[in-house]
Structure formats: structure tokens, C-alpha cells
Design a binder for this molecule. Structure first.
Ligand SMILES: CC(C)(COP(=O)(O)OP(=O)(O)OC[C@H]1O[C@@H](n2cnc3c(N)ncnc32)[C@H](O)[C@@H]1OP(=O)(O)O)[C@@H](O)C(=O)NCCC(=O)NCCS
Length: 183
């Protein structure tokens, strides 16, 4: 049984074992510091019964051009390898969605590596839909494409936020924010 709480600044010095996973996006300290300063209540830690950090999520809430574009975005999610397949990621994701519901956000979206099967299965199980493929989103050798997935929140009863799903392959448009914009 895990419990959730907001991330604390000193958690940033305790999560080395979580970020060694090749599928965990590793951002600079400035990313996490600025994130905690801007959205302190949307960065959550899952603790094991022994009080160890079992996983975390860094989410944010972004205004859009109109009220129906207010949405959440998952920047980082990871679960320590010993605590996987126990529902920890689902707990973090569902609680983040609940916090967004309280803000009347319309949808939550996220990007993941196309090769990340576990994460893809997780997000499908949680009701996320594939919206499009972002070409060469993750720089590397070779660059890797990303799936852009989205899930309507409680306020979007008719699923309007999914209507623009194209499933096409595109490069991230320059007017859209990448996860590491404030690295
Ligand atoms: C992806 C990840 C976050 C899943 O965390 P988790 O706590 O194990 O996930 P949950 O226990 O909540 O899994 C819920 C469901 O997701 C799916 N799922 C999760 N991991 C899976 C895997 N390895 N293979 C297939 N399906 C998987 C299953 O449907 C699972 O339900 P089930 O266990 O009843 O079959 C975890 O494997 C992880 O931290 N990976 C490395 C970092 C990462 O990929 N982060 C996401 C970046 S976008």
C-alpha cells in the first residue's frame, strides 16, 4: 500500500535510483526546482510503507487560448523497479487527474517514447488515446519519435478534446511547448 504526498525539495536528492531507468526522462536540477516552484501541488511522491520514495509524477496545468483548452500535462512519471506492477503509477496518474478535475481542466496529455511498451500499456489501461506521433522528439543517436497521448477529464463529457486527434506524424509545432523547455 502506497501513500501519496506532494514532492518536497529534498526529495530531489533521494531519487537517484528512480531516474537510472533508461525510460525515465532525466532533467536538470533547474527543471525540477522551477517545476516545484511553479506547480508545487502537481508534483507528487508515492511512498512505500517504509517511507521510501517508490515513484513520482511531475505534472503541470496550462492555460489555453480559451477555457476548453485548460489542460494538464505529465512531464515525468516513474516508479522504482521493486514497486512496479503494484498500481503505483496508476495511483499517481489518477490522483493527478483528480487534481486537474478540481481546476476544471479539460484534458491531460503526455509524451512517451514509441519504444516504451510498458508506459504505452499503462496509458491505454488508464484510458489515454493516441493523438499523433511527434517525429524525432527525443534527441539522441538515433533520435526517437514520441507518442502524444491524451485523455479527456470529467468536465469533457462528450470527449471534445479528442476531436482533433489525427494520429499523423508531425514535428512538434514551434508554438507548442516541449517537456524540457525550461531545462
Ligand atoms: C511505466 C511505469 C511508470 C508503470 O508503473 P507501474 O507502477 O508498474 O504501473 P501500474 O502497476 O500502475 O500498471 C497499471 C497497468 O499498466 C500496464 N502495465 C504497466 N507496466 C507494464 C509492463 N511492464 N508491461 C505491460 N503492461 C504494463 C498494465 O496494464 C498494468 O495493469 P496490470 O498490472 O493489472 O496488468 C513503470 O514501468 C516505470 O517507471 N517505467 C520507467 C519509467 C517510464 O517509462 N515512465 C513513463 C515515461 S512516459
Amino acid at each position: 500500500m502506497s501513500c501519496l504526498r506532494e514532492m518536497h525539495l529534498d526529495d530531489l536528492f533521494k531519487f537517484n535510483t528512480l531516474v537510472f531507468d533508461p525510460f525515465t526522462e532525466v532533467y536538470g536540477l533547474s527543471f525540477f526546482m522551477r517545476h516545484l516552484a511553479q506547480w508545487p501541488e502537481l508534483a507528487l511522491a508515492a511512498l512505500s510503507p517504509q517511507g521510501q520514495l517508490a515513484g513520482f509524477i511531475f505534472g503541470k496545468c496550462l492555460p489555453g487560448t480559451d477555457a476548453a483548452d485548460l489542460h494538464g500535462h505529465v512531464c515525468a512519471l516513474t516508479v522504482e523497479s521493486h514497486y512496479r506492477r503494484l498500481g503505483v503509477a496508476s495511483l499517481l496518474m489518477n490522483h493527478f487527474a483528480h487534481l486537474l478535475d478540481l481546476r476544471n481542466a479539460w484534458y491531460v496529455d503526455l509524451y512517451l517514447r514509441c519504444s516504451n511498451q510498458a508506459a504505452y500499456q499503462l496509458y491505454c489501461a488508464l484510458g489515454y488515446c493516441l493523438r499523433r506521433v511527434l517525429l524525432e522528439y527525443y534527441p539522441g543517436d538515433p533520435d526517437e519519435d514520441a507518442f502524444d497521448m491524451r485523455k479527456p477529464l470529467a468536465i469533457d463529457v462528450l470527449g471534445h478534446s479528442l476531436l482533433v486527434a489525427s494520429k499523423q506524424s508531425v514535428h512538434l509545432p514551434s508554438d507548442e511547448e516541449s517537456d524540457d523547455d525550461y531545462n
